[in-house]
Design a protein around this ligand. Structure first.
Ligand code: LLP
Length: 434
């Protein structure tokens, strides 16, 4: 079935009778005028609808939103309201969650190089799970838990040796990974044995995250097989039967009309059936499943608005349409070759019949947001460009390159807009300079 821009935009996206793009009941051209550009516009309903879909698909599992895709205090509150848990991967993400009074017992703490200070922060806060990424971290966590008198529930991050089909920068399940302990190499089993003897920790289960933006379920099913076999070896070696298996995040979304988003409902059904079958075969009780989606929940909930500036036509070569942001608010095209769609928010009813390249305003040729995308032929200075599906790993990977202040993030719902992250000023950008 051919896809349309609708699959890429927030669910509340509409065409207004004035030809403008509407999101969350608000005219995006007015939003650009009122809040300035570049601007991240988040449709609250889209996020909440997707959170509900995930929870309904996994009623019998723990669903953690992975904050690395986008986190701020207001977002942590929305995640809590939706009844989700939260995956944090740094002291900063944990701090943000705590500042939002996120229930600590619903937090899972990740990272391949957590410092003592971060482990201590997590334990003092009473986070629900800390995921040990290495044997060394497991020992260190035990010592810290002992010194704090804080018994801690841990999971072991294991590397299943599965290669998911996605960009190599976001593949994490393969043997050659900086994350986790190898199942095949035996380190994971050694850690499980060692954990049994550590006095201050309870290892409640195993965790794996095989990668991100994965379209097919096969790699997940293979991971379930490997983890089930691993659980059986742990039982044989220690007598312990893990209570939880966390399969991480990774479901793909539609960035462009050609993309097929993963259907969480069918993923959940297949994964659950596989786990059940494997555990029965091995004579093990079925552990509680955990999942950690991020991109699937938040990517399509946002669009970035830019103002068009210089249009440079090089006859017979290409037309560059420059906007007032770029790789400082969206590094994904430069880093992963990621593709996006674009439309003119103030001419959303005009056919797109001119192929152009959207360039950022940064001082390098590689700062191209979208190569060869169709826009209305009249595209010119002052138009408002909307780039959909920027909610995941957009703002969270933003930088101050060229001393650009980071954009604002606003939430729209029923025609109301509120700022959840304020736009930086030049003063902010220089405020740490001594
Ligand atoms: N859990 C763990 C342990 C993770 O490392 C990640 C993502 C997730 C969950 C969430 O994965 P998701 O559902 O979003 O695929 N910056 C890259 C993506 C990096 C992913 C890092 N880990 C990008 O922009 O594509």
């Amino acid at each position: 079935m051919p896809h349309t821009l609708k699959d890429v935009l927030p669910s509340s996206a509409r065409l207004r009778s004035n030809g403008h793009l509407e999101i969350g009941g608000a005219d995006t051209v007015d939003l650009a005028r009122e809040f300035g550009t570049p601007l991240f516009v988040m449709c609250e309903d889209t996020f909440r609808e997707r959170a509900l879909r995930y929870r309904e698909a996994y009623t019998d599992a723990d669903v953690y939103y992975a904050g690395k895709a986008f986190l701020c205090v207001a977002m942590a509150k929305m995640v809590a309201e939706e009844g989700l848990g939260l995956d944090v991967a740094s002291g900063g993400e944990l701090f943000t969650a705590l500042k939002a009074s996120f229930p600590p017992e619903r937090i899972i703490f990740h990272g391949n190089n957590k410092s003592d200070a971060e482990l201590e922060m997590g334990m003092k806060a009473g986070v629900g799970r800390i995921v040990a990424d290495s044997m060394e971290e497991l020992e260190r966590a035990d010592a810290i838990a002992g010194s704090l008198g804080a018994r801690t529930q841990m999971m072991l991050r294991v590397t299943p040796g599965v290669e998911a089909h996605t960009h190599e920068y976001i593949q994490t399940g393969q043997e050659d990974s900086k994350f986790g302990m190898s199942v095949e190499g035996g380190v994971a089993l050694e850690a499980a044995k060692r954990a049994r003897d550590l006095p201050n920790l309870d290892v409640v289960g195993f965790h794996s995250h095989i990668g991100s933006n994965i379209t097919g379920v096969e790699a997940f099913l293979r991971t379930v097989e490997i983890l089930a076999e691993f659980c059986a070896s742990v039982r044989d070696a220690t007598g312990i039967q893990p209570a939880e298996l966390n399969l991480g995040g990774g479901l793909a979304i539609a960035y462009t009309r050609g993309d097929f988003p993963a259907r969480v409902e069918s993923f959940a059904t297949e994964v659950r059936a596989k786990l059940q079958g494997e555990m029965e075969r091995l004579g093990l009780p079925v552990p509680r499943i955990g999942v950690e989606p991020a991109r699937w929940l938040i990517a399509n909930a946002m669009v970035t608005l830019y103002t068009v500036g210089t249009v440079k036509e090089i006859p017979g070569i290409r037309t560059y349409v420059s906007v007032d942001g770029g790789m400082s608010d969206n590094i994904r095209p430069a880093l992963y070759g990621a593709r996006y769609e674009a439309l003119l928010a103030n001419k959303a009813d005009v056919p797109s019949d001119r192929v152009v390249t959207i360039a950022g305003a940064h001082c390098e040729q590689g700062d191209l947001l979208i190569k060869d995308v169709s826009l209305p032929a009249s595209v010119g200075r002052g138009d408002v460009l909307a780039v959909p599906a920027t909610g995941a790993y957009g703002y969270s990977m933003a930088s101050n390159y060229n001393r650009f202040p980071r954009p604002a993030v606003i939430v729209v719902e029923d025609g109301d807009a509120r700022v959840i992250v304020a736009r930086e000023t030049y003063e902010d950008v220089t405020s740490r300079d001594l």
